[in-house]
Write a protein that binds this ligand. Structure first.
Ligand code: SER
Length: 337
């Protein structure tokens, strides 16, 4: 009998590392983690780590034949700023990679005669507001509004949401005439902030970079204007959101893609919280035109009522708790070491 497992791709990324820690602590599921790189903090007891490429079909087929994959958290992706520099590579990883994984999930669903749950982190980058006046007017954007991304990463995410929804509806019906489909569920995240890792290649990175720079007593040049405002979330809430959506009863879900959010601050407000925690930190605002343009196109806030209503989503960390209880103590300890 094949062993029942949950697969996590992009395991070495920020979300991946936090998710593995959270799921391996609970100890009740076996994980297969996949990344091009080894796990930086060692391999926990109930985890098998595979170093490999999500585009390697032979590897994915081997995993399906060796394990019964019950759920997939497909986290592997290039983030928004990096993707602008390497659009073909972004498309390959973000879109082709997702397509390969969806196909694998479909194959697995067929084998076990049960839909594999496919959890896909999408992003605020799926939105694209045309100008600052609109951003000021339409503050709490809902899932179906302003789906006009300006970045390749945003286009990739939006298209993969559609691909996932397609695989949930049609794939198996056409291919084998049996109603075992992929159970695709996606979350549009705001900017994420972790106390333990620093992101790379994202556009919302100014917030985490500012905090980590302050804790390591370095000055920080923020690449967006002081008045730039987007929503954010502490990493533990992002992990609970992913797990919450994975566990949600299918009969309650009326959509495949949900906004989630926690608090929405300007870059200036973040800098004031950082300076309060680390007095004397030098923060300058030196906007980078391209990255500023991306942030200006992202909503100032998200409406996450559907997630609240349909799968009881609630963030545990507001801005104050994120800084006072999660970021500051953990980051202080990290840099004191
Ligand atoms: N936070 C990510 C980025 O900035 C978007 O999902 O790229």
């Amino acid at each position: 009998m094949r062993k029942k497992v949950t697969l996590i791709t992009g395991a070495v990324g920020e979300i991946g590392q936090a998710l593995i820690q959270r799921l391996s602590e609970s100890g009740d599921i076996d994980l297969i983690t996949l990344d091009l790189k080894p796990l930086p903090t060692g391999v926990p007891k109930n985890v098998v780590h595979v170093e490999g490429d999500i585009l390697d079909d032979a590897l994915l087929s081997r995993l399906v034949s060796e394990y019964e994959i019950d759920a997939i958290y497909h986290l592997a992706a290039l983030l928004s700023t990096r993707s602008e520099f390497t659009p073909t590579m972004a498309h390959r990883v973000n879109v082709d990679g997702t397509m390969h994984l969806l196909h694998m999930a479909a194959e697995q669903s067929e084998r076990s005669d049960k839909p594999v749950r496919f959890i896909f982190p999408s992003s605020i980058a799926a939105y694209g507001l045309p100008d600052l006046a609109t951003k000021k007017r339409d503050v709490r954007v809902r899932e179906w509004e302003w789906n006009n991304p300006t970045t390749i990463y945003g286009c990739n995410k939006l298209y993969c949401e559609l691909l996932g929804s397609y695989y949930s509806r049609n794939y198996q019906q056409l291919a084998v005439k049996r109603p075992t489909m992929v159970d695709f569920r996606s979350i549009r995240f705001p900017g994420l902030i972790s106390a333990f890792t620093v992101p790379s290649g994202g556009t919302s990175d100014y917030a985490p970079e500012m905090i980590h720079a302050a804790a390591s007593r370095k000055p920080y040049n923020c690449f967006v204007r002081e008045d730039s405002r987007i929503p954010f979330m502490a990493m533990p809430d992002a992990i609970e959101a992913l797990i919450g959506l994975e566990k949600a009863a299918v009969r309650r879900l009326r959509r495949r893609v949900y906004n989630v959010t926690s608090f929405s601050l300007t870059a200036k407000q973040i800098s004031l919280l950082v300076i309060k925690a680390f007095p004397g930190t030098e923060i300058n605002f030196q906007p980078d035109l391209k990255r500023q343009g991306i942030i200006d196109s992202w909503p100032a806030d998200l409406d996450d009522n559907a997630a609240r209503k349909e799968w009881d989503w609630r963030p545990n960390y507001d801005a104050e708790r994120t800084f006072d209880e999660y970021l500051i103590p953990n980051i202080r300890e990290r840099y004191a070491r």
